[in-house]
Design a protein around this ligand. Structure first.
Ligand SMILES: [Zn+2]
Ligand SMILES: [Zn+2]
Ligand SMILES: [Zn+2]
Length: 138
């Protein structure tokens, strides 16, 4: 994942802090929780700045947010077709109840048949269960 390129493409200045936040999230296969980011980056980036960077990245279509069972925000890198204020992360999220990790799964969301008069703007689906890694543990 070329974090520098992502920032350039989104007309964002390459501040050291932005690069660090993006790197930290991009190198994980799973989504990274905000408390984990605070723990990892706490010495370099204060909470308010981290919060601002995460919001900015979400606005720009770089990251998407997933709320887990505890109501905690987790962040994952977006698909390349996400743009500013237009996210296309229409995939299922999976929250493992053993390791608590959140995965972006390459599984498309079902199309909802809504009653007349209702239109969908966004749809979030989160599945809870045991991930492949935890299922392998004895
Ligand atoms: Zn997105
Ligand atoms: Zn797991
Ligand atoms: Zn996702």
């Amino acid at each position: 994942m070329d974090t520098q390129k992502i920032l350039t493409e989104n007309d964002l200045k390459h501040t050291k802090q932005r690069v660090r936040v993006l790197e930290e999230i991009a190198r994980e296969v799973t989504a990274v929780s905000q408390p984990d980011l605070e723990k990892k980056l706490g010495k370099e980036i204060d909470r308010v700045t981290l919060y601002r960077i995460l919001n900015l990245f979400e606005e720009k279509g770089i990251l998407h947010r997933v709320i887990d069972r505890q109501g905690t925000a987790n962040y994952a890198v977006c698909a390349p077709n996400c743009t500013a204020n237009h996210h296309h992360d229409e995939h299922v999220h999976f929250n493992c109840i053993v390791c608590q990790k959140i995965y972006c799964l390459p599984v498309a969301l079902p199309k909802l048949k809504l009653p007349a008069g209702f239109t969908t703007e966004t749809l979030n689906a989160i599945a809870y269960g045991t991930c492949d890694h935890c299922n392998k543990q004895p």
